[in-house]
Design a protein around this ligand. Structure first.
Ligand code: SF4
Length: 248
């Protein structure tokens, strides 16, 4: 999608800020905290979207159709969620989440993205219609807004023609933030830019502490088994814009 001039400015300013902050830190332990704080840019970009666009957003607490589709993420997003779970969840809740990620991996393994979506499988972190990691949720979850909540549910039926639910005036701003962060992290700062399936990669993040170490060392963070279907091979990267030196 093409950005408006305003969205282009937003994309550049967020990318430059993220890159500057990542380059400035000398402590690998601070890297994820920087990205966690930059995710607040989604809320800021939303609050500065035109009032008419915001007033047409139909998303409400407890509406969860968008949590029944595969979620594509970069490694840092998974690590932020895993850190949140490890800090906030009880050991019993942690074990339950790990068990759900095991079932999720088994259900998604070897399936095309379309076949995965057709499962309408709830996100492993959805409980009673609510996101249990809302403050730490991935960027795709933060950027999705709909003007028609009923249509989101209908869109889970792939035999029907998809109904456009996106909110003009909000969608481009959310994409500008998401691509600004991802471009800075992966293409400019050189951290893992592979696209992963969220539920599958979360299993690895919660059961292998070396995932975070690999990420800080700019290595591939998760195994090929957690790679998003249709994304590139083990040397490939996600759909971020490929242009080195974009943010200086
Ligand atoms: S992380 Fe939260 S918002 Fe995102 S799909 Fe899962 S339950 Fe929904």
């Amino acid at each position: 999608m093409a950005f408006t001039d305003e969205e282009e400015i937003l994309f550049n300013s967020i990318g430059e800020t993220v890159l500057k902050r990542l380059r400035k830190t000398r402590n690998p332990a601070d890297l994820l905290a920087i990205l966690r704080s930059e995710q607040k840019q989604f809320e800021r970009a939303y609050m500065t979207a035109p009032a008419a666009a915001r007033s047409s957003v139909a998303c409400r607490a407890g509406c969860d159709a968008c949590c029944h589709v595969p979620v594509g993420v970069q490694a840092h997003e998974v690590l932020i969620v895993a850190e949140h779970i490890q800090k906030k969840f009880s050991s019993e809740e942690l074990e339950n989440v790990i068990a759900r990620t095991v079932a999720h991996r088994a259900a998604f393994a070897g399936k095309t993205n379309r076949a995965q979506a057709a499962l309408k499988s709830p996100c492993v972190l959805l409980r009673a219609g609510n996101c249990t990691v809302y403050e730490a949720r991935p960027e795709a979850c933060r950027s999705h807004h709909s003007h028609n909540a009923a249509a989101c549910g209908q869109n889970l039926d792939f035999s029907r023609e998809e109904i456009d639910v996106y909110v003009p005036g909000v969608r481009g701003r959310m994409f500008a933030v998401m691509l600004g962060i991802d471009q800075a992290v992966a293409e400019e700062a050189g951290y893992d830019g592979q696209a992963y399936d969220f539920g599958s990669a979360l299993y690895e993040a919660l059961t292998d502490s070396f995932c975070a170490v690999r990420w800080t060392q700019r290595q591939r963070t998760f195994s090929d088994a957690s790679r998003e279907e249709g994304s590139e091979n083990s040397d490939g990267e996600s759909g971020v814009i490929h242009a080195e030196g974009f943010f200086q």
